[in-house]
Design a protein around this ligand. Structure first.
Ligand code: NAD
Ligand code: MG
Length: 390
């Protein structure tokens, strides 16, 4: 099987999804090669990746790290650049697939740039869709881009969603592990530490999404993400807690059939599904052994204990600027929790107060989204300052 390798641009190559993607490239027997890799600030990790995969371009978002990256790669053929504009240029430069795996709204500009060149974009960066779902999906259509969902739930739905029977879909059911605090009493949640919050029972992920899983904001962001990715109404998306993370999500059809995708909780499976789409590729992921797992459990999510999930579902219903504000406030609150400025339960409190304090209309353009995102972050900092005084 000798073919020209398909080239990848990996936005956020040093992160958890980025590393899983690179691991698949390593195992692909030359079916994939690396065109461009980007990172926020870790020069050492990025340089090692660029060197191992002989990348054409390496981009560091933190412009002050340009010289360090340049000298780390001085003896290679890799082009080095730095700063937010360079990130956009990396997304625009030719490659067969763009893996959008930057965390947070910071990934929106480069992801949009990839969409606007009509690229095939494997989208992990869910915050993009939460902030600018309508605008992003319009641009996907306008530029004939292909958007493939990497998030395990959305990838599961994508695999079993019969596009030609979209009208016969009655419901999407997103499964949620329930995170590390599923069985923790609410009173105890006031004193949990960042270390406890990032220790996810099933998945090994970056710090931000791990905290989001612990608050269940992650599932809320995913409900919003699902709304933009699939042609369903807002009230056709449900969440069920499934602690084993074996069923990655389901689609109900009007005839009473429910189609699901199953697999061991390993991000290399949904990532491989995107990289090889519409075909399949081998992965080193553990095979599913249902006899060993023996049982699968399901329960309703607790929307009182996990207020963030409720806030996100409400933000989708309200629409307009609410998802932008929700996302910005959550990013700031999670950062404040990780740096021990606020407690775990203050995350939901901060997001709720920020949503109340921000008065904004639906964003009309990408520039508008960035303005609102900035303004929501400013307001959230004020909310946190007040919370810390009280
Ligand atoms: P991570 O924190 O491990 O990695 C984030 C990457 O983005 C890093 O390469 C980092 O250098 C880069 N980055 C961070 N801030 C940046 C900035 N301001 N500008 C440019 N680059 C920046 O995160 P992750 O767990 O890999 O998650 C990445 C995205 O994928 C998130 O949106 C997350 O919700 C989504 N996702 C992750 C998983 C998972 O298993 N980790 C699963 C589903 C979805
Ligand atoms: Mg997910």
């Amino acid at each position: 099987m000798s073919m020209t390798p398909r080239s990848l641009t990996i936005l956020g190559a040093t992160g958890s999804v980025g590393q899983s993607t690179l691991d698949l490239v390593r195992h692909s027997n030359g079916a994939f090669c690396v065109a461009a890799v980007t990172a926020n600030s870790s020069v050492k990790k990025l340089a090692a990746i660029a060197r191992e995969f002989n990348a054409r371009d390496a981009v560091i978002a933190d412009a002050s790290k340009y010289e360090a990256l340049k000298s780390a790669l001085a003896d290679t053929d890799t082009n080095v650049s730095a700063g937010p504009e360079a990130l956009v240029e990396a997304a625009q430069a030719p490659s067969d697939i763009v893996m959008a795996a930057i965390v947070g709204a910071a990934g929106l500009r480069p992801t949009m740039a990839a969409v606007r060149r009509g690229a095939t974009v494997a989208l992990a960066n869910k915050e993009c869709l939460v902030c600018a779902g309508d605008l992003l999906m319009e641009e996907v259509k306008r530029h004939g881009a292909t958007l493939l969902p990497v998030d395990s739930e959305h990838n599961a739905i994508f695999q079993v969603f019969e596009a030609e029977n979209a009208k016969s879909v009655s419901r999407l059911v997103l499964t949620a592990s329930g995170g590390p605090f599923r069985n923790t009493a609410t009173e105890e949640l006031f004193s949990v530490t960042p270390e406890q919050a990032v220790a996810h029972p099933n998945w090994d992920m970056g710090a931000k999404i791990s905290v989001d899983s612990a608050t269940m904001m992650n599932k809320g962001l995913e409900v919003i993400e699902a709304y933009y990715l699939f042609p369903v109404e807002k009230n056709q998306i449900d969440v069920v807690v499934h602690p084993q993370s074996v069923i990655h999500s389901m689609v109900d059809y009007v005839d009473g059939s429910t189609l699901a995708q199953l697999g061991s909780p390993d991000m290399r499976v949904p990532i491989a599904s995107c990289l090889a789409w519409p075909n399949r590729m081998h992965t080193p992921a553990e095979r599913l052994d249902l006899q060993k797992i023996a049982r699968l459990d399901f329960e309703a999510p607790d929307l009182v204990k996990f207020r963030c999930l409720k806030l996100a579902m409400d933000a989708l219903q309200v629409g307009g600027a609410a998802p932008v504000i929700l996302n910005a406030a959550n990013e700031i609150a999670v950062e404040a929790f990780l740096t021990k400025k606020i407690g775990f339960m203050d995350i939901a409190e901060t997001v709720e107060q920020s949503l109340t304090a921000c008065d904004m209309k639906a964003p009309q353009s990408l520039a508008n989204v960035f303005e609102q995102d900035n303004e929501a972050r400013r307001i959230t900092h004020d909310v946190i300052a007040r919370l810390r005084k009280s």
